[in-house]
Design a protein around this ligand. Sequence first.
Ligand SMILES: NC(=O)c1ccc[n+]([C@@H]2O[C@H](COP(=O)([O-])OP(=O)(O)OC[C@H]3O[C@@H](n4cnc5c(N)ncnc54)[C@H](OP(=O)(O)O)[C@@H]3O)[C@@H](O)[C@H]2O)c1
Length: 286
Amino acid sequence: MTQTKATIAWLGAGLMGAPMAARLLEAGYPLRVWNRTQSKVATLAEQGVHIAATAAEAVTGADFVITMLSDGRATETVVEGVDMAGKTLVQMATIGPGENMRLAERIDKAGGAYLEAPVLGSIPEAKSGRLIIMAGGSEALFARVRPILCCLGNEPRRVGEVGQASAMKLALNQLIASLTVAFSTSLAFAEEYGVDVEAFMAILRESALYAPTFDKKLAKMLERNYQNPNFPTEHLIKDIDLFKDQAKELDTRLLDVLRQLYGRAQAKHEREDYSCVYEAVRGAVE
Ligand SMILES: NC(=O)c1ccc[n+]([C@@H]2O[C@H](COP(=O)([O-])OP(=O)(O)OC[C@H]3O[C@@H](n4cnc5c(N)ncnc54)[C@H](OP(=O)(O)O)[C@@H]3O)[C@@H](O)[C@H]2O)c1
């Protein structure tokens, strides 16, 4: 059978990268996957994916390169070692607008093309192809990458140039950080006064104050068990730091408080779900 789909090199098969790569495999894209820790790609290897020993090897022979690494520094380090001439790099992790713009410049100089495409949603949405994808880059490039992005999210949107999609993503993640602390504070206060939690939630759900994320995190907070994270606290801390660093004219004192609370929670609950900030709000961690 003749191969009709473009070959994709996928760099970074962590909590999000592995299920996203699996979606592209299901959609019939020839895949070349690289992950720093090889044991994490065992399932993809069993499914017949080519597992590369290095990022450079993965990229050889690929038309598109997709990165889903932890942060900007890791992405820059990994990309540094590969020849990007003639390739299109689609950067999907949450990294800063400045970091994306620097990477775009570097790829452009190397003779490649660059699209930033951060995502909203977590592991369940990655598995089912329902991520909300925000892209930054030229219209022509977005049109070229769109069929691939459609396998990962329902309706990928181009929101502007490189830097604007990542700014939008950070604006949304600031809401994740602050809403979770706001909810934790009200829940802890209600619990302190012996208020029936279900009665509290019933009124909250009826009100304009409700956000679905409250119910998504409620069980973890009540059970005070934050294991098996979808989104580890360390990444949300990275996003708070990025937001603060990139916000030039705002009063960011709220960010300082959020940073302290998530930092304290992370020190005790390493690599657990970010809803562990409930422990910091309750004063249960130093
Ligand atoms: N989890 C979510 O719900 C979610 C949702 C939206 C966006 N995001 C963003 O998407 C990105 C990935 O998230 P994730 O949850 O998949 O994170 P993760 O599970 O921690 O995976 C991080 C990936 O980056 C790799 N990596 C880290 N440092 C590296 C380095 N110096 N050199 C090479 N590889 C390196 C890791 O390799 P190893 O396996 O070897 O450690 C792994 O493949 C982050 O920017 C995160 O903020 C996450």
